[in-house]
Design a protein around this ligand. Sequence first.
Ligand SMILES: Cc1cc2nc3c(=O)[nH]c(=O)nc-3n(C[C@H](O)[C@H](O)[C@H](O)COP(=O)(O)OP(=O)(O)OC[C@H]3O[C@@H](n4cnc5c(N)ncnc54)[C@H](O)[C@@H]3O)c2cc1C
Length: 277
Amino acid sequence: MLTHNEPMSEHCSFRSGGLAQDFFIPESVNDLSKFLKNNQKSILILGLGSNLLVRDRGFDGVVIKLNNFKTLSMKNSIIEIGAGVTLAKIARFCETQKLNGGEFLSAIPGSLGGALAMNAGAFGSEIWDFVHSVTTMNLSGEIFNRSKNDFEIDYRKIIAKNNDEYFIGANLKFDRTTKQHNIKQLLEKRNQLQPIGLPSCGSVFKNPADQYAAELIEKSNLKGFCIGGACISEKHANFIINQTDASATDIENLIFYIQKTVKSKFGVDLEMEVRII
Ligand SMILES: Cc1cc2nc3c(=O)[nH]c(=O)nc-3n(C[C@H](O)[C@H](O)[C@H](O)COP(=O)(O)OP(=O)(O)OC[C@H]3O[C@@H](n4cnc5c(N)ncnc54)[C@H](O)[C@@H]3O)c2cc1C
C-alpha cells in the first residue's frame, strides 16, 4: 500500500514529526523487492518508530514500514522471525517455548528490525547476543543471508560490512539452560524507573563509558526543564517527554541544550541514541 504525505507523528512514539512524502507498507518480501527494483527515491525503513524523530520539515523520500513481515516459527531451537515482529511478541514466544534469555525483549517497545539496527538491549542483554543469522535486502531488492561476522557489533551500534542493506528477518537462538527471568517482574522494575505510557523515545542518549547519561543530566539540575512542549522527565532524566504538542524542533533543541549543559558542567559529550531524520 502506497500513500502520500503521511504524518510521521502517527508512526513515532514521540508523537511528533513532519510528513513522509511517500509511505509504503509492503504486503510481503516479494512486494518489497519489486517496489525497490523500481524505486529511485531515498528510503527510510521504519519499525515501530520508538527510537526515531523525523524533523518538522518531513522526509523527502519514501518511508517503508515492515509491519507485515510477521513470520515467527521455530526449528531445532532456532526461531525464524520477520523484521516486523514486535519484541514483546518474541519475548512471549520464547516464554511459551521454554527458551531462556529473551525475557529482556519484553521491556523494549520496538520491532525486530529496529532492534537489530540499534542493537537494542536491556537488563544486561543485547539482541545481537542471540543472533544466529540475519536476512537482508539491498536497494535493488536482492536478498542475502548474512552471518554475525558480517557486522561489527557495539553498544547500541551496528556497522554492516555490506552497505545499504536492510533487515527483513533474522534467526535467533536462545537456550534452555540459563535461568528464566520473570517477565512480569522485569516490566514492574522498568515501570518503576521509567515514564512508561508518555510519548518518548526511551533513552535519548547513550551512556558514556563508566557513566550514566541520566545521572549527568540530573546532576546538571535539568530534570523537569522544558523547551516548548518538550520536557526532561522528572522520573528518568535520560527521557524527553512530548508533554504538550512538542514539535520535533522543540525536542531537538532540548537535546542540544542538554548536550551543551552537560558538556560545560562535566566536560562529557553525550552521544544521541535516538535517530534524527
Ligand atoms: C518507553 C521506551 C523505552 C525504551 N527502552 C529501551 C531499552 O530498554 N533498550 C533499548 O535498546 N531501547 C529502548 N528504547 C528504544 C527503542 O524501543 C529501541 O531502539 C527499538 O529497538 C527500536 O525499534 P523500532 O522498531 O521502534 O525502530 P524504529 O524507531 O522504527 O527505527 C530505529 C532505527 O532503526 C532503523 N530500522 C528500523 N527497522 C529497520 C530494518 N528492518 N532494517 C534496518 N534498519 C531499520 C530505522 O531506520 C531507524 O534508524 C525504548 C523506547 C521507548 C519509547
